[in-house]
Each structure stands twice: as structure tokens, then as C-alpha cells.
Design a protein around this ligand. Structure first.
Ligand code: TRP
Length: 372
């Protein structure tokens, strides 16, 4: 029997069957041929590519064809401010940073500060405004080039965006939105319109430059329905259909493949968590693939496939050799679950210490990223 799971831009739950999702969404695997081409151009492969964390795409081949002809693309991604940033959010952004660096391209980063206001009951526009600032610090802390990165804030940059959103909205019907997102008749009308706003940055740089520029959108698979819907529309109004490169979710601490939920505090680790909190959350909540007793663990070995500490190291320990050794030692029973958790705790705390220092410095840099 098929397992139940849900993947929409507003709800991800259950054990996501990525193979089935690929078929349902009509997205293609990043095959070895594409990986070779990326490696050739970028000079290396990001661990997220080697490890199939970024694993599917739309029109990536076309993006590389154009790039090789000297026609550079721009990157577009975003974050709907609804709370503090957690490690799951960082995954696509870290990768986007790598793409910017390796391909030397511009990034347009959208903050749809109306999105979660419209989709959640308990968030005011004041809240989303505050979180926009908080989230910006995390993005800047990852090291994006301020000369090549622009922050688009929907309510602030409405003068640039609204006219373009109208062109998109006119070509999308209520029934299109219903079938793409599973919306029902009782949703508010703001949320029906919202997808038009998310489409805009995919072609706004072309509008402003007065010429067509290819667009590549790195994002987690849950955002695909937006772009599935708007790709055709953007094509119809005279711009290139945006391409995409998409990633899996960082599993929740409790261990389903569904993404971490910002509304359930204990399933996630936040970029502002201190060392003690990180330690406590991992020790207390990270789902273990270890055995019930040490004796059994030594005899049967651990199960890295279902162990969240191991899964997270797969995302954040970039050293292939180290990771392989951890896998083998855990699988053979040599490494205990508590010891594995300790490896993760140290890795994360090191990473967060650096991030938090950069985040402090980012406070004086926000201005450089805003559109004037
Ligand atoms: N909808 C996204 C979120 O919930 C925010 C977003 C806007 C985005 N534009 C995007 C994400 C482009 C990825 C790519 O956070």
C-alpha cells in the first residue's frame, strides 16, 4: 500500500516518496551526464550534488547550454518570513551561495512578507516584517556577494512588482490554482493571488534589463507547484520559462522525511540556538537508529538509514572520507548512538558559532542588499 504523504508549498508531512513525487510533479533526475557538465563548469561538485540532496530539475540542461554560449543566467530564490531560520532553511541557500560563486551570477532573493500573513492565522504583517529582518541576517551571513545580490521585499518593492504580478495573474484561473495547490473554495482571496507574486522575480530582471535573461531557481521540492504553474505563463507573456534545481528536505529531528516545521520548535534547530540548546535538542529528540542495548548494538550494528544524526551529517559533514568512516563504524556497531550524536553536536555547534558571528556582522550590511 502506498504510504500517505503530503507535499504542497504550505504543508509537508509524512514519509515523502521522492520517486513518486518526481512522477507526480514531472521533474527530472539530475543524471550523471548533467553532473559531469556541472563539474566541468564549476570545477567541482558541491556535496549536495554528489549526495543527491539536490536531485531533480527542470530545464537545467538548457541553462548550461546557454551559459556555455556566454549567456549567463541569474539565480532566484526566496524565503517567506514566518519565524526564525532553522537549519532546513539553510540547505537551499548554502547551495545557492555556491552556485553564485562558481558561476559568477546575480541572485535575486525574494522575501514575500505577505505570504505567511495570508496563509497563517496567527501572524501579523508586523511579525512578518520583523522576521524579514531576522531572516536577512542569516542569508547575508552565508556570504552572498552584496554587489551581485538583490533582496526583493514584496510589500516594500510593490512598485516594481505589482504590475508584473498582474500580467501573470491575468493568465491564471481560480481552477488552475485549485488544482495546482489543492485549494478549496473557503481560502481567502489573497492566497489565491499569491502565486502571481512568487512568479515575478523569475522574469523581473529581464523586464528591468530590457532583454531576456535565463533564470535558474534553486529551491526545495515543495515549491515546485508554484513554478509548474507560472512557467507556462511566464513563457506566454514573452520571457524565458524559469529553470529549476530542487532539493530534498532535511529530515525533522524526530525522524520522518517530512521537512522540519518552524511551528514545532523541538523538531528543528535554529541558527540562533546556543550550544546547550543544540546539545539538548539532539540528545533528547534526534531519532536514533541505534539498538536497545549496547550489547545488541555491538552485535547487530546501527541503522544509519533511519538515524537522524547520521542523516544530518550527510547534509553538513562535507568531508566524504570522514562521513564514510562514521557510516561504517556506526553500521558495524563500533560507534554507539550517543557517540554519533556527539559528532553531530560538535559539527553543528562549530558551524553555528561561525554563522552567529557572521550574523552579528550582517546587521550593518543589510542596506547594501536592498533595492533602491
Ligand atoms: N514560498 C517560499 C517560502 O515559503 C518563499 C519563496 C518565494 C521562494 N520565492 C521563492 C522559495 C523562490 C524558493 C524559490 O518560504
Amino acid at each position: 500500500m502506498a504510504e500517505k504523504y503530503i507535499v504542497t508549498p504550505w504543508d509537508v508531512s509524512g514519509d515523502v516518496d521522492y520517486k513518486r513525487l518526481m512522477k507526480e510533479f514531472g521533474i527530472k533526475e539530475i543524471d550523471s551526464k548533467l553532473l559531469k557538465r556541472i563539474k566541468k563548469t564549476a570545477g567541482e561538485l558541491h556535496p549536495f550534488l554528489k549526495r543527491k540532496i539536490f536531485f531533480v530539475h527542470r530545464d537545467l540542461k538548457w541553462i548550461l547550454d546557454e551559459y556555455e554560449k556566454g549567456n549567463k543566467f541569474f539565480l532566484y530564490t526566496g524565503r517567506a518570513p514566518s519565524g526564525h531560520t532553522h537549519l532546513g532553511h539553510l540547505v537551499p541557500w548554502m547551495f545557492t551561495k555556491w552556485l553564485q560563486e562558481k558561476f559568477g551570477v546575480e541572485l535575486w532573493f525574494q522575501f514575500p512578507d505577505e505570504e505567511k500573513f495570508l496563509f497563517k492565522d496567527n501572524l501579523t504583517l508586523k511579525d512578518t516584517e520583523n522576521y524579514t529582518k531576522e531572516n536577512m541576517l542569516d542569508i547575508i551571513a552565508l556570504g552572498f556577494d552584496s554587489k551581485k545580490t538583490k533582496f526583493l521585499i514584496d510589500t516594500k518593492n510593490a512598485d516594481l512588482m505589482y504590475k508584473e504580478a498582474l500580467k501573470v495573474a491575468k493568465k491564471i484561473t481560480f481552477s488552475n490554482v485549485k488544482s495546482a495547490f489543492g485549494m478549496t473554495n473557503d481560502v481567502n482571496i489573497g492566497s489565491i493571488f499569491y502565486t502571481a507574486m512568487q512568479a515575478v522575480p523569475a522574469f523581473l530582471p529581464s523586464v528591468l534589463a530590457g532583454k531576456n535573461i535565463p533564470c535558474l531557481i534553486p529551491h526545495a521540492v515543495d515549491q515546485d507547484p508554484h513554478f509548474r504553474l507560472s512557467r507556462d505563463v511566464v513563457g506566454k507573456i514573452g520571457y524565458y520559462k524559469p529553470a529549476s534545481i530542487q532539493c530534498r528536505f532535511l529530515p525533522a529531528l524526530q525522524g520522518s522525511t517530512g521537512k522540519m516545521s518552524a511551528s514545532a520548535q523541538e523538531t528543528a534547530i535554529y541558527t540562533i540556538d546556543d550550544e546547550k540548546t543544540v546539545k539538548k535538542k539532539i540528545n533528547k529528540y534526534a531519532f536514533s537508529g541505534g539498538r536497545d542495548t549496547v550489547e545488541e548494538h555491538r552485535r547487530l550494528g546501527g541503522r544509519p538509514e533511519i538515524d537522524v544524526a547520521y542523516q544530518w551529517l550527510n547534509f553538513f559533514e562535507y568531508d566524504d572520507k570522514k562521513l564514510k568512516k562514521i557510516y561504517e563504524d556506526y553500521k558495524s556497531g563500533k560507534l554507539l548512538s550517543g557517540e554519533l550524536k556527539k559528532v553531530l553536536i560538535e559539527k553543528l555547534n562549530k558551524m553555528l558559532k561561525k554563522h552567529q558571528a557572521a550574523r552579528e556582522k550582517a546587521k550593518s550590511k543589510i542596506d547594501k542588499f536592498l533595492i533602491k
